[in-house]
Design a protein around this ligand. Structure first.
Ligand SMILES: Nc1nc2c(ncn2[C@@H]2O[C@H](COP(=O)(O)OP(=O)(O)OP(=O)(O)O)[C@@H](O)[C@H]2O)c(=O)[nH]1
Ligand SMILES: [Mg+2]
Length: 375
């Protein structure tokens, strides 16, 4: 199948542009992005997202450049996706939005049963209400439509079937989670505190995890390299505090503006962060200040939702890629978003200051400093 794609965005003033992020996610999973088209508008066009004239241009480019997929950097309803698909030439063209792209990334990366279940659930939920449109589309083109479409079912049967599948997936996911929960309770009974790694995708969580537990879990494959949680016991002897045993949990990364349906499907995984005693929030400090600010804000909002009363330490990671001036600016930014939350600079890759990070975690967990949650 051709992976030639266009990234298209209807850019409205209140929402930051996501075109670059979508382009990099798409390229990361094998799309060949031929061009990026951004139209600045006061509001999203009610049926075509872009203005009809601009969408006509897109249609021309699709034809001339032999494009197979059009990826919108916006969030679109099913109805709009179908409207645009029809406009661009029917089911020969695959039209997806940012959320379906994120789900494709998830799909590409899912290795564990937990991750696979999450994705199937998110996809089912996300496209659930599209049943009618799928059927209409089928009538329009005279053929079956892709993804998890209803195939030959009449609509009400499709709906009933979809509901059944959703609740079955939810149950399976609960079972997977219950097993993990039992393991966690065992550990807790034995008195080990739980430290969860959290932070924007690609901030360096798994690199840190690997270093502390001597594992070789995948890192740096692109957004959402890690989709499931992994918990390992760390017996730390490196610091001044003497031996320190704790459970370290690696988990899924955050992203700006995560759709509630996707967020909900990842709930059990994010739950590991909720259930921890301390959160180490990773921030990639080597990026430009605007990006750091956006990612910090996204991390803050996500943490407020899932773990507002858990103490947080911020790990300003990748200091090996930065300089003192940039670091200072970045630290100020962290202070602006996270108030008085403690910050440690580190390089998970080079192993710099890892002792300090673990040492501060130890102090927090042992009442040495007053733990501070976001509340
Ligand atoms: N230079 C440098 N690179 C780092 C550092 N920490 C992580 N990286 C790199 O950053 C990339 C992302 O690291 P990961 O550990 O996969 O990040 P993650 O937070 O687990 O990402 P997700 O699983 O997608 O949420 C990899 O290419 C790492 O090698 C660091 O301290 N310095
Ligand atoms: Mg990871």
């Amino acid at each position: 199948m051709s992976m030639r794609a266009l990234v298209v965005e209807s850019k409205i003033p209140t929402v930051p542009s996501r075109a670059e992020e979508c382009r990099s996610m798409a390229e990361n999973i094998g799309y060949q992005v031929i061009d990026t088209i951004v139209q600045k508008r006061k509001s999203i066009h009610h049926s075509y997202i872009l203005g009809p004239g601009k969408l006509e241009d897109v249609k021309q480019i699709v034809k001339e450049k032999n494009i197979a997929s059009v990826i919108f950097a916006n969030t679109l309803s099913g109805a709009r996706i179908f409207e645009v698909t029809r406009f661009l030439g029917g089911t020969d063209i695959k039209v997806i939005d940012r959320n379906l792209l994120i789900l494709e990334v998830f799909e590409k990366r899912a290795m564990t049963k937990e991750a696979k279940l999450q994705i199937r659930l998110a996809k089912m939920r996300y496209t659930f209400s599209w049943g009618k449109e799928f059927l209409r589309m089928k009538g329009f083109t005279g053929e079956q439509v892709g993804w998890s479409g209803p195939g030959q079912y009449p609509y009400h049967e499709y709906e009933r079937e979809a509901r059944k599948r959703i609740s079955r997936l939810e149950q399976e996911l609960k079972d997977v989670y219950a097993k993990k929960q039992t393991l966690r309770e065992h550990r807790r009974e034995r008195g080990f505190p739980i430290v969860a790694l959290a932070g924007y995708t690609q901030s360096g969580k798994t690199t840190f995890f690997n270093r502390l537990v001597s594992e070789t879990k995948d890192t740096g494959l692109g957004p959402f390299t890690t989709l499931s949680t992994f918990a390992r016991k760390v017996q730390y002897n490196g610091g001044k505090m003497g031996p320190f045993d704790f459970i370290l949990v690696d988990s899924i990364g955050f992203i700006e503006d995560m759709h509630p349906v996707i967020m909900k499907a990842c709930n059990t995984t994010l739950g590991e962060i909720t259930n921890s005693d301390l959160i180490l929030l990773f921030v990639d400090i080597s990026e430009d200040l605007e990006t750091i600010f956006r990612k910090l804000t996204a991390s803050y909002q996500t943490l407020r939702k899932i773990a507002a009363d858990t103490p947080v330490i911020i790990c300003a990671n990748k200091i090996d890629l930065t300089n003192p001036i940039q670091l200072d600016e970045a630290r100020k930014l962290v202070g602006r978003v996270f108030g008085g939350t403690p910050i440690v600079d580190a390089s998970a890759l080079k192993g710099e200051n890892v002792d300090q990070v673990v040492g501060l975690a130890f102090q927090h967990l042992n009442g040495g400093t007053v733990p501070k949650s976001l509340l």
